[in-house]
Ligand binder design. Sequence first.
Ligand code: ZN
Length: 219
Amino acid sequence: MSSMHTIELDCPQCRKKSPFTIHDSINVTLDPEDKEKVLDRSLFKFQCPHCGFESCVQYGSLYHDMTNKYMISVCGDEETAKNSPIPDIGDTIHGKKLSMLNDGYRFRTVVHFDGLAEKISIFDAELDDFAVEFVKAVILKQANELTRLYFTQIDESSIYFYAIFHDEEKNTGLSISRNVYDEAVKMLGEKSRKSKEQFITPVIAATLCVQGRTSEPER
Ligand SMILES: [Zn+2]
């Protein structure tokens, strides 16, 4: 089941302390009501009882969906994510990882709770997240003014993203032809599915593909 603990948080605005709940792990099979709160980030929202200041607090956590067989390790920053070849899922579960992989489990590492919500949306839409990351990497390589893209939805003609710019005032939704995604799925191929699954961070796999490398990354 989900595990959590309470800390005293300093409000960045008024500097007063108030209690805040940290979710060390979130199990949406055992606590299904938590999924919506993850998607709208309300589970991670800090609201200062003294001055009303609100913000989403970023920290490391583990999201587990036993029904759809996936675990997502959330890192508080990109550096930690890049250096996390295996999600920190604890010794007991870690030992079981291989048998879980064979059972069709997916393990992923993402940065921030926005990355978590995006990954859940991709899996809910039954998309290949490696192909989605590939499409994002292609767009990001061509558009220097963008810093990040988050998948939002897909329909028969287009795939939609929310684009984060260096100048955040420019942040906006954008869409490109769905064909680009379909081509990426074909290119990455079902055959390589097993080898893809070793990439815990699909964004690294996608970046390597865009750079023209097909070999495994150095470990
Ligand atoms: Zn405050």
